[in-house]
Design a protein around this ligand. Structure first.
Ligand code: PBG
Length: 310
């Protein structure tokens, strides 16, 4: 009766990986219990999410190596995996579930960086933003409800917002990965989208230094000024102080991404007998809510939603 914080399936966003094929499930060894699904099987997962009360899915593609290139052009292909997955789910389920699509080039580049690079390997901010605008429009045309730029280029929110407005997609929201840190917790995700082996160097010229919190507030302020509808903090558990600071400073919905390395840690702890899996999952998700998050992106979302009951 006096509980201050509530957690329900409505607070969960479920990230899913999509791959080519039909009837296909591909396990990801560094993410035990998480698979890539072909579009037909992905639609089944989406139906399970609706039944469990999850309001939104976040989609990420595994792009075949022969479709990757230095310029990430596959991101602009209207028939790419993301677009096919988005429109298949929308056709099957309509407004019963929201689709959040990832804007960044790392699943499509042959070098694994989130943007275009120069000869020295540095990511080129403004040239990248132009491509990201095309990528966002491509996803909006396929039926995306929320565009989620995870690339951390400067100025991309304003450019994408303007393009969405002028192309008739004013109703499409933007959830900005505003405070995204250059983190060691992303390893299993890079396996899942096939970029780990390709990536040379790191992403520290555009993702944030884990030592900084005031910079997170500047990043959020900038993205909101450019037209973001909601913002994200990523990773999750090690950055709950940032979630709280953003919530206290800005009256907007704040989301947290409990990322792949965090998921893997919980699974490893449970497998080693260090803690009860279900209890660990629910306690960590509740902690995000206590810190001020409106919702959480979590690979445990379906399991947690079923534990919570729709
Ligand atoms: C990159 C992107 C990453 C994640 C989501 N989008 C990895 C990275 O920045 O290298 C990580 C998510 C996770 O670890 O679960 N655009």
């Amino acid at each position: 009766m006096v509980r201050e914080t509530q957690l329900s399936p409505a607070n969960l966003i479920w990230p899913l990986f999509v791959c080519d094929g039909s009837g296909t499930e591909e396990a990801i060894s560094s993410l035990p219990g998480v698979s890539r699904w072909s579009v037909d099987r992905l639609v089944e997962r989406a139906k399970e999410a609706v039944a469990a009360g999850i309001p939104c899915l976040a989609l990420f593609p595994y792009t075949q190596p022969d479709r990757r290139s230095a310029d990430g052009a596959e991101a602009l292909n209207p028939d790419n995996l993301m677009c096919r997955a988005t429109s298949a789910i929308k056709q099957a389920l309509g407004d019963d579930i929201g689709i959040l699509t990832d804007v960044a080039l790392d699943p499509y580049t042959s070098h694994g960086q989130d943007g275009l690079i120069d000869d020295a390997g540095y990511v080129l901010n403004d040239e990248t933003v132009e491509v990201l605008v095309g990528q966002a429009l491509n996803q909006a045309r396929a039926g995306a409800d929320i565009i989620a730029p995870s690339d951390m280029m400067d100025g991309r929110i304003g450019a994408i917002r303007q393009a969405l407005e002028s192309e008739g997609f004013g109703h499409v929201q933007i959830m900005s990965y505003a405070a995204k840190y250059a983190s060691a917790f992303y390893g299993p995700f890079r396996d899942a989208v096939g970029s780990r082996g390709l990536l040379k160097g790191d992403k520290k010229t555009y993702q944030m230094d884990p030592a900084n919190s005031e910079e997170a507030l500047r990043e959020v302020a900038q993205d909101l000024a450019e037209g973001a509808d909601s913002v994200m903090v990523k990773p999750g558990l090690p950055y709950l102080d940032i979630v709280r600071a953003v919530k206290d400073n800005f009256a907007v919905p704040v989301y947290a991404y409990q990322v792949s390395g965090e998921y893997a840690m919980i699974e490893a702890a449970a497998a080693a007998g260090a803690g009860d899996r279900d209890a660990l999952v629910l306690e960590t998700l509740l902690a995000f809510r206590r810190a001020g998050a409106s919702g959480v992106l979590s690979y445990h979302a379906l399991h947690a939603a079923r534990l919570l009951g729709a």
